[in-house]
Design a protein around this ligand. Structure first.
Ligand code: BTN
Length: 331
């Protein structure tokens, strides 16, 4: 898409984000385009899954308005306080923040960086699934970091992020969030957030870490219609009024501190929180492996983040990537 078109779309969303009606004539004047061009821009915004009412004689409106991500606020919060990240980019739309960061790193490796987008056209989940990403509804972001550690030293990192994030969100959600091994944040079996960690590099001395996180914030039921499991919005769980920008800044700073702790102390310092944050600790679960299902009681995780199950045939250990976990009652 041309830069001028993207800038016009951004300006149009900002104008409509107040939730009020704005006439086509007014919008055309502010944007410096014809009324037909406004209509085309509106149609484009609708493909980003923005709900827009068009009423003859009144104009266009986004019902309920939108709280857009405030680049200046985030930049101020992150650049002064984060230890590992010095750059933050806020995009209106992108294929995937994860893919974008990988491209950015390949072009120019260097300082830790964060990319946040209002919308993704090809958001990626684990196991090749798509991540539903309507504009302005949720939080989609990726953190990219070069580490002087080989891939073999990164055991448990993705689980450390999951445990740390679950524990953090629980402070704002009355302890309702739990982690389904390895990377699903759930509330009563409904998906709240997902984490996609991609690490590349060599096994000995350096790696590039790409941590992508999607958190459902205030998604409309219709927009989440294609998600193949029950889901829940973070906004509906908060015990105090915190807006979209504030929670995002708090989460990014917490991730900075989780990663710093992991780099300094390794996975062990997160492991002791597993019992309190796990969705199924001490409960019967079934692990689906390539060779069929194995049932048992979840009894914890080992030093590398692998899941331990007590089965009729003794304790068994499972590594993520090759298996998926289900609660027994969900089968
Ligand atoms: C999962 O399957 O649970 C992981 C979902 C991760 C989604 C996030 S959204 C931001 C980042 N960009 C992507 O394309 N994926 C991750």
């Amino acid at each position: 898409m041309k830069k001028t078109s993207l800038m016009r779309l951004q300006k149009l969303v900002r104008l409509l984000s107040d939730g009020e009606f704005h006439s086509g004539v007014f919008l055309a004047g502010v944007l410096g385009v014809s009324r037909t061009a406004v209509w085309k821009l509106i149609a484009k915004l609708q493909t980003w899954q923005i709900e827009i009412y068009a009423v003859r004689g009144k104009g266009y409106k986004i019902p309920g308005g939108l709280t857009l991500i405030d680049r200046d606020y985030l930049t101020e919060q992150i650049t002064n306080k984060a230890k590992l990240f010095s750059q933050i980019e806020v995009l209106p739309t992108i294929d995937s923040t994860a893919s974008y960061l990988t491209r950015s790193w390949q072009r120019q490796p260097g300082e830790g960086r964060i990319c946040v987008s209002e919308h993704q056209t090809a958001g990626r989940g684990r196991k090749g699934r798509a991540w539903v990403s309507p504009f302005g509804a949720n939080l989609y972001f990726s953190l990219g970091l070069g580490l002087p550690l080989g891939l073999s030293a990164l055991g448990g990192l993705s689980l450390a992020v999951g445990i740390g994030l679950t524990k953090f969100l629980n402070q704002y959600c009355a302890d309702k969030v739990s982690l389904k091994w390895p990377n699903d944040l759930l509330v009563k079996g409904q998906k709240l957030a997902g984490i996609l960690v991609e690490a590349s590099g060599d096994s000995n001395d350096h790696s590039f870490l790409n941590i992508g996180i999607g958190i459902n914030w205030d998604m409309r039921v219709d927009d989440g219609g294609n998600i193949d499991q029950p889901w829940v919005n973070l906004k509906s769980l908060l015990t105090n009024a915190i807006d979209r920008n504030q929670i995002l800044a708090l989460i990014l700073l917490e991730l900075d501190s989780i990663l710093s702790e992991y780099i300094e102390q390794g996975f062990e310092s997160f492991r002791h929180d597993w019992a309190s944050q796990s969705a199924f600790y001490g409960q019967p679960v079934t692990i689906h492996t390539h060779n069929g299902p194995i049932s048992g009681i979840e009894v914890g995780i080992d030093k590398s983040g692998a899941l331990k199950l007590k089965t009729g045939n003794g304790e068994k250990i499972f590594f993520s990537g090759e298996v998926s976990l289900r609660a027994v009652y969900q089968n």
